[in-house]
Structures are given as C-alpha cells and as structure tokens.
Design a protein around this ligand. Structure first.
Ligand SMILES: [Zn+2]
Length: 238
C-alpha cells in the first residue's frame, strides 16, 4: 500500500513553490493541493516565512533586532494566505464565474486556482477507454489538463519520459502502486509504468513535463500523435 505521506508534494517542491521557482503548470497543481491540504498549507507558510526572514537578514534590515519582534514577524507572515506565483489566478477567485464542474450528474467544487482556469472555458475531448480530457495551456514547459475517468474506465498501460503529477479532485483511481482519493498528489517518474483505472469515476488535474509513451497494444500507434500534441501544446504562443 502507498505511504500516505508520499501523496503530497515533496519538501523540495514546496520550497520551489514558495520561492516561485516552478513552471506555472506545476505551481497551479501545488497551489490547488495546498488549498485542499492543511498540512501542506502550514508547511508552505513556514517555508515562506523562513525565506522572507533570510532575505531580511541578507538585506541588513533591522526589523528583526529583538526576539519578540522576530516571533511576531514570523506569526504575521504565517498568517498571510500563501499562493506564490498562483496569485494572479487566486486573486481573481471572487470574480470567477466557475466554481463547479458537472460531470455525469456530479457537481464537483474546484479549488479556486483551478476554478479560475476553468472559467476561461474547458473544451472536453473523448479519448479511448472512457477518458475525457480538457487541455489548458499555462506555460511552455508542461502539458496541463483536466482528466475525467468515467466509472469503469482504464488508461492504456504507459510509462513516462518525464514526470507526471496527478491531483485527484473528486472520486478515486488506482494503479498497481495504490488507491488515490481527493487531494492526493500522485507523482510518477520515468521509472514507472502504470495503468490507472477507476471504478467509481474520477476527476483529476494532471501536469506532464514530457509526452507519455504507450507500451502496449494499439495504443502504441498513438505515440507520434501524442508527441505532436505535446509539442503543439507546449510551443510558444505568438
Ligand atoms: Zn499535502
């Protein structure tokens, strides 16, 4: 069974998120998880507070001259909502007309950062195996998409040339390594070959930093198309 702590962003990812060192696609996936996970929200706030204090120390600010000032500064920083580079999406949350996605008679409330993205309009495409996909272009390094797996659906066996982040928003899916439910943050690396399947149906937000390579049966024929779609999705906007 999967170690539950493994279903969160790593410490390094949270540090990169807090300091703004990630592509927008990954940043959005982590911001959405952080909104759903109190533990990672707290940790992100602490990392941001430490980074701010380190910066203040470097720049020679004298605002940390006494320990009580220092403690109150940490408290005030930790008390701020933290969204790092996803601010531009989160700030417009109030104005976002989309808070829910309706999938097969289910209403699914989205984290605010994803609601903002969905309010720009999602175009769903049907893929093989009961999978529906809506791609969104957030940067030129990643391929981002909402994925809806119908009840009883199964993705063809595939491995990854790069990393794949899957954030579960509703329902559940499983693969040989475990079962995953809402807020779970699943990272697959090039060493993994897997075949996700969902009995009850599942809505996810996925971020890939390299195209998938299918390893079995007819799905292999889609590989050149996959690579083409990835290139197109990640090509610079003009
Ligand atoms: Zn978490």
């Amino acid at each position: 069974m999967t170690d539950k702590r493994a279903l969160h962003p790593t410490e390094t990812m949270l540090e990169e998120f807090a300091t703004g060192n990630l592509s927008t696609g990954k940043c959005v996936a982590i911001a959405a998880h952080v909104e759903l996970c109190a533990e990672c929200r707290q940790r992100t706030s602490e990392i941001e507070a430490q980074a701010t204090l380190a910066w203040l120390a470097e720049t020679g600010s004298d605002s940390t001259e006494s320990s009580s000032d220092y403690a109150s500064l940490v408290d005030s920083i930790v008390a701020q909502p933290q969204f790092s580079d996803a601010d531009e999406f989160a700030e417009q949350d109030a104005a976002s007309p989309v808070r829910e996605i309706h999938m097969h008679e289910r209403s699914i409330t989205l984290p605010s950062v994803l609601a903002r993205i969905a309010s720009d309009g999602l175009v769903w495409k049907k893929l093989a195996g009961g999978i529906n996909q809506a791609s969104v272009m957030l940067d030129d390094e990643t391929q981002c998409e909402f994925l809806y797996m119908k009840p009883g659906s199964q993705v063809p066996v595939h491995k990854h040339q790069g990393n794949e982040i899957t954030l579960v928003l509703d329902g559940s899916f499983s693969d040989a390594m475990g079962n995953y439910g809402p807020s779970d943050f699943v990272v697959r690396t090039p060493s993994h070959t897997h075949q996700p399947a969902s009995d009850e149906g599942c809505l996810c937000f996925a971020v890939l930093d390299s195209p998938l390579t299918f390893t079995k049966g007819l799905a292999r024929l889609f590989n050149p198309v996959n690579r083409y779609r990835f290139k197109r999705a990640t090509s610079q906007r003009v």
